[in-house]
Design a protein around this ligand. Structure first.
Ligand code: ADP
Length: 344
């Protein structure tokens, strides 16, 4: 498909270039033909005049009134000149055809490459998303089939199936929400809605949101409020910290500690979220921000629920705020995710 589009785009480039080139060649041919005729007439007239001055009379010659009459010209010579001009123009046009064909092909490739990459990425996204959606849908389907096969299910069995189904529906909800967020943050961001926000404000809101989940696992979230001002969307920044806290809680053992630290370095504000969790293997670090990427340690253990979308959403949010994310992690000891944002 890419090659067909490339060839058809090259053909369009060629068609436009050749139309322009042939148009100009026709104009050049007409103008130059007239010029040749005019030049030939002037030369002829000069010779006649010179001969006349020397007293040489040419029979049947009368000084031609301008414009110079054509019957005094040499038609064979004129025709030869015109044909030569035509040949030069044809060769030039063939040259333009070959060169613009080659250049057009290269240019068409370069023009279509980003579109191809975008389409490949979109196809990959659709196939990954479908794959992730398939698992909870299959579980739901088999739960309902088992239920229907039983002629007289007990209330207890019905409730169990309902509970399992709700778990799967919740998973579907989380996944669709994440997919929607990812699509939302991938769009060009409206920076005009950014306001000046205090770091304490959105970090405290994120902590309050995640506290009940942390409490269930007896995880303590430590935060020493230090205020720096940054420019951004308060609610989106809160969701950003929620993503890191959610991961920190999810990948940490019971009764552990999560620390949030805010520091300043040059013109940047650094927000670090440190946990004492399972950590990330060195080989996984370059990929954890990729969509749907889950490290084997997270994937293999059923307790760590997730779809590998959180960090890719976080990356998009931080990029939309002109910042970046740093990670340092020791496998088995814990991880630190640092969000670096421009300071106001
Ligand atoms: P999810 O957590 O839903 O799998 P994320 O995109 O948030 O997806 O994270 C991608 C992967 O990065 C996770 O699967 C996990 O392997 C790793 N990861 C992220 N945060 C942490 C953390 N705090 N501790 C250990 N591993 C982490």
């Amino acid at each position: 498909m890419f090659n067909n589009a490339r060839i058809s785009l090259t053909a369009w480039y060629l068609l436009i270039i050749m139309i322009i080139s042939v148009m100009f060649s026709t104009i050049i041919y007409n103008v130059e033909s007239n010029e040749i005729e005019r030049f030939e007439q002037i030369q002829r007239l000069r010779i006649f005049r010179r001969l006349q001055e020397r007293g040489i009379v040419i029979p049947n010659y009368q000084s031609p009134p301008p414009p110079f009459q054509i019957q005094y010209s040499n038609p064979e010579l004129l025709e030869e000149q015109k044909q030569r001009l035509l040949l030069v123009l044809i060769i030039m046009n063939l040259g333009i055809l070959c060169i613009s064909g080659g250049l057009g092909y290269v240019l068409a490739g370069k023009t279509l490459q980003p579109i191809k990459e975008m389409m490949d990425e979109q196809n990959q996204f659709i196939s990954d998303a479908s794959h992730e959606l398939k698992t909870p849908l299959t579980s739901l389907k088999s739960a309902f089939e088992v239920y229907l096969r039983d002629p007289s299910p007990s209330i207890h069995e019905s409730k169990t199936i309902m509970k399992e189904s709700i778990v799967e529906v919740n998973k579907l909800q989380t996944l669709t929400e994440s997919l929607l967020n990812l699509a939302l943050f991938k769009k060009p961001h409206n920076h005009s809605i950014h306001t000046i926000v205090a770091t304490t404000e959105f970090i405290t809101e994120a902590i309050n949101k995640m506290k009940p989940i942390a409490k269930k696992r007896q995880i303590n979230i430590e935060f020493i409020p230090i205020d720096y001002k940054i420019k951004g969307d308060k609610y989106i920044l809160r969701d950003l910290i929620v993503i890191f806290l959610d991961n920190a809680i999810k990948y940490s053992p019971m009764k552990s500690k999560i620390t949030i630290q805010v520091t300043k370095k040059m013109n940047h504000v650094l927000i670090s979220i440190t946990d004492q969790g399972i950590g990330i293997l060195k080989k996984d670090l370059p990929y954890i921000f990729n969509r749907f990427y889950r490290a084997d340690t997270a994937r293999s253990k059923a307790v760590f629920e997730g779809y590998g979308l959180g960090l890719s959403i976080a990356k998009k949010i931080v990029e939309n705020h002109f910042g970046y994310i740093q990670v340092s992690s020791i496998h088995g000891k814990g991880s630190t995710f640092t969000v670096v944002l421009p300071k106001m």
